[in-house]
Design a protein around this ligand. Structure first.
Ligand SMILES: [Ca+2]
Ligand SMILES: [Ca+2]
Ligand SMILES: [Ca+2]
Length: 232
């Protein structure tokens, strides 16, 4: 029997290292949905999402990313549990404010307005313009990787005004607050559901205990030796 060449040994060591590098990241997504209809007109609502220790299955509680999906209508006349009611008119989408606050107290604006309650928002401007007609059952997912927000509500995946990445590294455990506002009288907003998807993760490949690293190297060497035998 021949000893493995230097090249075979080198590839065997690389295989061992690869076995370490592909160890999976310990990540999971926790989803909470509030489907209680609320309407606001010159008022606001705060929806609470309680993330309990049991939700994490004994895994990490550290936030790596967050997305928020909102099903809503902004109406030029009335709003009900099924959508806009009455004639279209101008729904004044510039009145909308959406923001998310983490259990740690970090605020991220999703849609900005420039009036009334500003405790949860971080800017003093209006995301959307006035004009158009009923924005009926708009379903928007806010995701930092989404498209740029336009000047009017639209269904799809959009990046929020603030960065949901601001929550990364915080604890997901506790009460998240979702802020919904319509800041001028007439032309109400109706919200049908709010869904939070919070991904928690250890943030890096799970550390592999030393014996497993050695085992990976050993298996790599074995495979290398087999390779030599097969080649002969
Ligand atoms: Ca406001
Ligand atoms: Ca504001
Ligand atoms: Ca209004």
């Amino acid at each position: 029997m021949q000893f493995p060449t230097i090249r075979k040994i080198r590839s065997a060591v690389l295989m061992g290292l690869l076995a370490v590098a592909v160890s999976p990241v310990n990540a999971m997504v926790i989803t909470k949905t509030d489907s209680v209809f609320v309407s606001n007109d010159n008022s606001f609502t705060i929806k609470l999402f309680d993330f309990l220790l049991a939700d994490f299955g004994g895994g990490s509680t550290t936030v790596s990313s967050v997305t928020v999906t909102v099903d809503y209508s902004k109406c030029g006349s009335g709003v009900g549990t099924g959508g806009c009611t009455g004639g279209p008119g101008n729904p004044f989408a510039n009145e909308i404010g959406f923001a998310l606050r983490s259990p740690g107290g970090t605020n991220v604006s999703l849609i900005e307005n420039n009036g009334d309650n500003e405790d949860y928002e971080t800017g003093n401007f209006e995301t959307f313009a006035s004009g158009g007609s009923n924005f009926d059952r708009i379903v928007t997912t806010f995701d930092d990787a989404g498209a740029a927000l336009g000047s009017a509500p639209a269904s799809g995946v959009f990046a929020p005004e603030g960065s949901l990445g601001d929550f990364a590294g915080e604890s997901a455990l506790g009460v998240w607050e979702f802020f919904i506002e319509d800041d001028v009288g007439l032309d109400p907003i109706g919200v049908y559901s709010v869904r939070l998807d919070v991904t928690v993760s250890d943030g890096a490949p799970v550390p592999v205990p030393a014996p497993l690293v050695l085992m990976g190297l050993g298996l790599g060497l074995l495979a290398g030796a087999r390779g030599i035998r097969a080649a002969r």
